[in-house]
Write a protein that binds this ligand. Structure first.
Ligand code: DSN
Length: 423
């Protein structure tokens, strides 16, 4: 390898090995996934889909892509899957391109309450091209009030309702969302990028029977390579009466496939698709269900430990792998930025995050987001989470004392030696 890059890769490997990774969207893929990403598949252009390509020599990558599709459908009980989106935001963009016209109203979960950029934020294409509207959480409970979602949907009459989040610790009532979507004539999209692995393991509610379309990433809880996917529990004829040359209704699978390619992207990344296929195979093993149970148990242990030390968890706890922590309950002086800096200096990686009704900007924030997927892959259990929260509390409390932060970092680095990462 280029020696400069090799040195930097080694530095990053050491950082990952020695630190406690609590960023809720991160995880560690298997060595097999890494191997696929570095394979000769990266050389192949394959615009189109298996059996219908615009380039020759696609016989092998056809088999790989079909395997990824089949494994994904099997994992989620889906009838349709597209494994080509380069990332989760591209998967969402392709769905929007396929089912919306510019200027159409959409209804998503507010970014400042835990939603995702690509669900209508004003700084994202989704908020610039479409007329974005939002539902949020209740200030008192920190949870989504479905009656208010319904009122908002009746008011703005969205063409697409989006459920899913990047910082919401409670499960989703997909059945109720579908009732609301049907009532206002909207399509329903679930973006399950965060809890996907827990849904695949049947540890959380299943969106497939209720949502017209489901998007996700293949990383995070699915523990694969970073990248996007689109699924449908059941394919269906487009609701706008579009027909093909033979006068037959065009199916949504065709609309979504064309939205990904040629609508949004060019050539699929076949090395990435092979890595996705490997991850989907891994996620279908019984050991993955055990992993998911431990992720949830670890998150519960962390939430209790934070609460015991005077921090407030938005919504009072967690059903999944993450929690959003309001630092103001501990002290109005602490910003998310200060907490993030102190923790990162102690080799505990988290991200600052706005909390609902935050008085601070996204640059400072009053909260942090913490997730347990990556540490659970490393082998940590509930009692380790208690220890981690002790160190986090110490680092946040002593954020202006470099000597104490250094002491915590030394302990963290020694502790993580017991949980090897990659040979
Ligand atoms: N980066 C992911 C997250 O942190 O939630 C989503 O974009």
């Amino acid at each position: 390898m280029d020696p400069v890059i090799q040195q930097l890769v080694q530095e990053e490997l050491q950082r990952q090995r020695h630190g406690i990774e609590l960023i809720a969207s991160e995880n560690f893929t298997s060595q097999e996934v890494l191997n696929a990403l570095g394979s000769c598949l990266t050389n192949k252009y394959a615009e189109g889909y298996p059996g219908k390509r615009y380039y020759g020599g696609c016989e092998v990558v056809d088999k790989i892509e079909q395997l990824a599709i089949d494994r994904l459908c099997q994992l989620f009980g889906a009838e349709y899957a597209n494994v080509q989106p380069h990332a989760g935001a591209q998967a969402n963009a392709a769905v929007f391109l396929g089912v919306l016209q510019p200027g159409d109203p959409i209804l998503g979960f507010d970014l400042s309450h835990g939603g995702h950029l690509s669900h209508g934020s004003s700084v994202n294409f989704s908020g610039k091209v479409y007329q974005a509207n939002f539902y949020g959480v209740e200030e008192e409970s920190g949870t989504i009030n479905m009656d208010k979602v319904r009122s908002k949907a009746k008011e703005v009459k969205p063409k697409l309702i989006i459920c899913g989040a990047s910082a919401y610790s409670r499960d989703w009532d997909y059945a109720r969302f579908r009732q609301i979507a049907d009532e206002v004539g909207a399509l329903l999209l679930a973006d399950i990028a965060h809890p996907a692995g827990l849904i695949a393991a049947k540890l959380l509610n299943d969106p497939m029977p209720y949502c017209h379309i489901v998007t996700s990433t293949a990383d995070k809880r699915l523990r694969g390579r970073r990248g996007g996917i689109i699924m449908m529990g059941k394919d269906f004829a487009n609701p706008w009466g579009k027909t093909n040359k033979k006068g037959e209704p065009i199916m949504m699978s065709a609309i979504l496939n064309s939205a990904v390619f040629p609508g949004m992207q060019g050539g699929p990344l076949e090395h990435a698709i092979a890595a996705k296929a490997i991850a989907f195979g891994e996620a279908s093993q019984e050991s993955f269900v055990q992993y998911g149970r431990q992720v949830i148990a670890n998150a519960g242990a962390m939430a209790r430990a934070f609460t015991d030390r005077g921090y407030q968890i938005i919504s009072g706890g967690t059903d999944n792998h993450l929690m959003l922590i309001d630092l103001r309950a501990k002290s109005s002086e602490i910003t998310g930025r200060d907490a993030e800096n102190a923790l990162v200096a102690a080799d505990i990686t988290i991200n600052k995050n706005m909390v609902p009704f935050d008085g601070r900007s996204a640059f400072y924030t009053s909260g942090i987001r913490v997730g347990t997927a990556a540490i659970t892959t490393r082998g940590l259990k509930e009692h380790h989470c208690e220890q981690i929260i002790d160190w986090m509390d110490d680092a946040i409390t002593n954020r202006n004392n470099p000597a104490i932060i250094q002491e915590i970092k030394t302990k963290v680095n020694k502790f993580m030696m017991d949980f090897p990462l990659y040979p």
